[in-house]
Design a protein around this ligand. Structure first.
Ligand SMILES: Cc1ncc(COP(=O)(O)O)c(C=O)c1O
Length: 435
């Protein structure tokens, strides 16, 4: 993995150029010695000083088909030679191709598309569409939810810290997310059933304080929340309650979808279809693409010009998206995610069964979370140790993510094209470092 190079002279030189020019507020220098990205290919990153890393995080779960997949690169080059910009008000053949591909892979019944550039704007759009379609305002969502950081999406984030510096108020009825590992409020009961019971009571009780909801927003597997897979039956229960309340069910599959969980969409594990679904990250093959998919009746609510943005239907992004979808299907990467993911999860669960500081190992497909704790009885989160693990792994040439409500979940979401030997080598390093 890590190839030879020592020293940070070239990396530091890049940082020194950026530091005085960049406005504060980004995460660029939260690590005083950030990895300075110079080149990527497949599942590898090289830094500015020539060090090589195995990336088990895929750049925040974006490189689903791998970095610079040759077919995606070729599609980008060909499109760049033909047309890069096309106004979002003007139709184009590449947009038709993208819509057709998206609807082909969408859950049954989600037959229309609205494009976005980022996941956050896709979620803003989906919530506003639910409001327009129902004539209601209230959003129901859950602790730990992450639907983005724009002013219009951070309102539905579980973490209040994301709102504080922006001075944006929350705008949802939050309920506890049924985290099978970390739901002390459930007092040993089934957190899925209890969360559903609470929501049903709030819907039924005319004095609960809950307005009639426009939509229920949920990630079928929470990503930023720490790869949290809710108990079986939870999504189906939300489907039933949304119908009962006359609300729309909105699944955010931006991180857990597009093959990541070993199914095309994470909601398929539970056989539940939402009314609206947002997608992003991997679908652009590395370019900036996101979208809302939905039921035709809901998706035809708006009159022309309700929404627009200059780059919504950017031809380059669309061409990359078409190629990424083709690669995912033709290389059978969803099946690969299921197969390699099941093996990886079993290895980690077995190898970390006695690790004193790993409280929970969970996931679906190539989407895995490892919960770092001070001791396994108390489940007390250990952010310092998590940071140390992540740093040591990087020193050993392996990149992993970090998330969870306390920042104590090590997240794995490698490219689905990852070579099996590379995955095994990465897991060996993780097992060595974490035990
Ligand atoms: C589940 C989920 N929804 C929405 C977003 C926001 O997407 P973007 O950062 O592209 O705005 C993210 C980003 O991490 C995400 O993981």
């Amino acid at each position: 993995m890590s190839a030879g190079a020592t020293g940070r002279a070239a990396s530091d030189a890049v940082c020194d150029r950026i530091r005085p020019l960049e406005g504060t507020g980004m995460r660029t220098f939260t690590d005083p010695e950030p990895l300075v990205w110079a080149r990527t290919e497949g599942t590898r990153i090289w830094d500015e000083d020539g060090r090589e890393y195995l990336d088990l995080y895929a750049g925040f779960a974006v490189a689903t088909v791998g970095y610079c997949h040759p077919r995606v690169t070729q599609a980008i080059v060909e499109q760049a030679q033909t047309m890069t910009h096309c106004p979002s008000a003007a139709p184009s053949r590449v947009r038709a191709e993208l819509y057709e591909r998206l609807v082909e892979i969408a859950p049954e019944g989600l037959e229309r598309v609205l494009l976005a550039v980022t996941g956050s704007t896709a979620n803003e759009m989906a919530v506003q569409l639910a409001r327009a379609a129902t004539g209601r305002q209230t959003v129901v969502t859950f602790s730990g939810t992450y639907v983005g950081r724009t002013v219009g999406s951070v309102r539905y984030a579980g973490k209040r810290a994301y709102r504080e510096q922006l001075a944006v108020p929350g705008d949802a009825q939050f309920l506890p997310f049924p985290d099978p590992y970390r739901s002390p409020w459930a007092q040993g009961g089934d957190p899925g059933e209890l969360a559903l019971g609470l929501l049903e009571e709030m819907i039924d009780d005319p004095a609960s304080g809950l307005e009639r909801p426009a939509c229920i927003v949920v990630e079928p597997i929470q990503g930023n929340g720490g790869v949290v897979v809710p108990p079986a039956g939870f999504l189906a229960g939300l489907r039933r309650l949304a119908d009962k309340a006359g609300a729309l069910l909105l699944f955010d599959e931006i991180q857990c979808g597009f093959g990541r969980s070993g199914r095309m969409w994470a909601c398929e594990h539970e056989g539940v279809v939402p009314d609206l679904m947002t997608i992003g990250k991997g679908i652009g093959g590395g370019l900036a693409l996101a979208a809302v998919l939905g039921r035709p009746d809901v998706m035809t609510t708006w009159k022309p010009d309700a929404i627009t943005s200059t780059f919504l239907a950017n031809a380059l992004n669309a061409a990359a998206g078409v190629a990424a979808i083709d690669v995912l299907r033709e290389e059978r990467l969803v099946e690969r995610s299921a197969r390699l993911g099941a093996r990886a999860l079993a290895r980690l669960q077995e190898g970390l069964a006695d690790a004193p500081h790993i409280g929970h190992v969970r996931g679906r497909g190539l989407f895995i979370g490892l919960e770092v704790v001070k001791d396994r009885e108390a489940h007390e989160p250990d952010p310092e140790r998590t940071a140390a693990f992540v740093r040591t792994l990087r020193e050993r040439g392996v990149i992993v993510g970090r998330g969870g409500r306390f920042g104590t979940v090590i997240k794995l979401s490698p490219a689905l094209v990852i070579d099996e030997d590379d995955l095994d080598a990465g897991l060996n390093t993780i097992l060595e470092v974490l035990t």
